[in-house]
Structure formats: C-alpha cells, structure tokens
Design a protein around this ligand. Structure first.
Ligand code: NAD
Length: 260
C-alpha cells in the first residue's frame, strides 16, 4: 500500500505532537503519518536552538499551531494549550514523545543515579505526560486519544537502559491509570513501545548499536522498525477503527519483545 491510497481516517482531527527534534524523531514519524491520513497538526520545539531545525519540518507538514515547549519551564505547557484553545477550540490527539535524563545519571547505572537525576528524568519523561493529559482532556470534547512513547526496558532489564527502565515503567503505569480515569470521557490512552531507532535521544545510550543489532536479529519480522511504522500504528489507534482499544502497551518492534 502506498501513502497515496491510504484512506484519510483522521480527516478533521486535530493532533498535538510533542517531541520533534529533527526528521529522525519518532514524533516526526507520528506527525507525518497523522498528516498523511488527514489530521491537522500542532508541533512544538524545545527552544530557540531547536526551532531552526523543527520549524521548517512543521511548515512542510502544514502545521497550523507551532510553539516553543520545554516542559521544565513553568507556564510553557499552559501556553501551548492556550494557543490550541484559541486556534482550534478542541483537540483529538496528543503525542508525548519526549524523554530526558542527565548524562551522568543515565550512563552510570541505576545504583549510581543521583536523587536529583532520578527526579529530573521522572519529571520530563513521565510526570509531564500527566500534566499534559490534564490540560488536554478538557479540550477533547468529542473523545480523543493520548500516546506516550515507552520502551521494552520498562518491563525487562535492557543493558545500559539504567534509570530509564524504572521511569518508563512508571510511564506505562501512568498510561493505565489515565486510561482508567479518562475512559468515561471516551479518551483512550496508549503506551507505545517501539523497537530501537537511531535518534538523537538514543545516541545517549551506551552501546546503542548493539541494541539495534540484537533487535534486528530477534525480531520475527527480521528487520528494524522505522519512525513511520510507529506513526502509522498511532494513526490507526487514534482512528475510529480502534475505538475500543485503550490502557495497554502496544509494541511496534517487529515482534522482538515476544522472543526470549
Ligand atoms: N529511539 C529509540 O530507540 C526509542 C525506542 C523506544 C522509545 N523511545 C522514546 O521515544 C521518545 C522520543 O525519542 P526519540 O528517540 O524520537 O528521540 P528524539 O531525540 O528525536 O526526541 C526526544 C525529544 O525529547 C525532547 N525533550 C527533551 N527534554 C525536553 C523537555 N524538557 N521539554 C520538552 N521536550 C523535551 C527533545 O527536544 C526531543 O524532541 C522518547 O520518549 C524515547 O524514550 C525511543
């Protein structure tokens, strides 16, 4: 199937995608897939430095809302949702595709992770999703779908994933609880667990190339996933075709997680 003959299953839907750093970003794959099936986009960049790279991508995708967003800066998240309320008056899809841990805390093993580093990783990579969900839910007046990017290291020990393991475990649990709390408003919440992808965030992990090789070898489908695989999985889950699916972790990994 080519992009041209995919049906516009998200026509008329409004999607906020957080986490585009460049064209390798998983968030970019989500934005591009949503656009391909008809959604309108809001895209954020971390700061002025990131803007140079992200703004042209947002323009290419015809994003109608763009804004700076560092979830650690008080007020910026609220400002993004104010812009969305002013422009669209509602929201259908939210993607949280961001993660951060200070390098020394990420690379030194869990035992050596400082309390500050742990708290920072948890705040940016997990609690910010809860804050976003709280702001997004009132705008999802006709139901909606929320996504947060996780990784297999949430449920199994993946060498070198370190503090991000417990942080992603918390993120997946947060998705379940949010799915429970928001279900009555017909808002569905998914953790998405992609196989390893060569992105800027992944470059902070020690021996990442080994993870890539192992994932390709293990996957029953025999190859690595790409960002469009993740994007189209999210597009499907956001569409009415998946209206009774919520609260789970959806693996987009060629089946690698099924193999011991
Ligand atoms: N690359 C992989 O192998 C892989 C696999 C599974 C899950 N993930 C997850 O996917 C998500 C996206 O990562 P990616 O691999 O696309 O890398 P990426 O570097 O392209 O994206 C990470 C994003 O996080 C943003 N970010 C960091 N701190 C932030 C803050 N304080 N406020 C707002 N944004 C902030 C960055 O600006 C960047 O856009 C992350 O949650 C990551 O853990 C990645």
């Amino acid at each position: 199937m080519t992009a041209e003959n995919i049906r516009p299953v998200l026509a008329g839907q409004k999607a906020l995608v957080i986490g585009v750093a460049n064209e390798d970003s998983i968030a970019y794959g989500c934005a591009k897939a949503f656009r391909t099936v008809g959604a309108e986009l809001a895209i954020t960049w971390l700061n002025e430095k990131a803007r140079r790279r992200v703004e042209p991508l947002a323009q290419d995708l015809g994003a109608s809302v763009t804004a700076a967003l560092d979830v650690s800066v008080p007020g910026e998240l609220e400002a993004v949702f104010d812009s969305i309320r002013a422009k669209w008056g509602r929201l259908d899809i939210l993607v949280h595709s961001i993660a951060f841990a200070p390098k020394e805390d990420l690379q030194g093993g869990l035992l050596n992770c400082s309390a500050e580093g742990f708290a920072k990783a948890m705040d940016v990579s997990c609690h910010s999703f809860v804050r976003m969900a709280k702001l997004a839910a009132p705008l999802m007046t006709d139901g909606g779908t929320m996504f947060a990017m996780s990784y297999l290291g949430a449920n199994r020990v993946v060498a070198n994933y370190n503090v991000m393991g417990p942080v992603k475990a918390a993120l997946e649990a947060a998705c379940r609880y949010l799915a429970y709390e928001l279900g009555p408003q017909r808002i569905r919440v998914h953790a998405i667990s992609p196989g390893p992808l060569k992105t800027r965030a992944a470059s902070g992990l020690k021996d990442f190339e080994l993870m890539l090789n192992e994932a390709a070898q293990k996957a029953p489908l025999g190859e690595l996933v790409d960002i469009m695989d993740v994007g189209f999985a999210c597009a499907y889950l956001a569409s009415p075709l998946a209206k009774r699916i919520t609260g789970g972790t959806v693996y987009v990994d060629g089946g690698a997680s099924a193999i011991a």
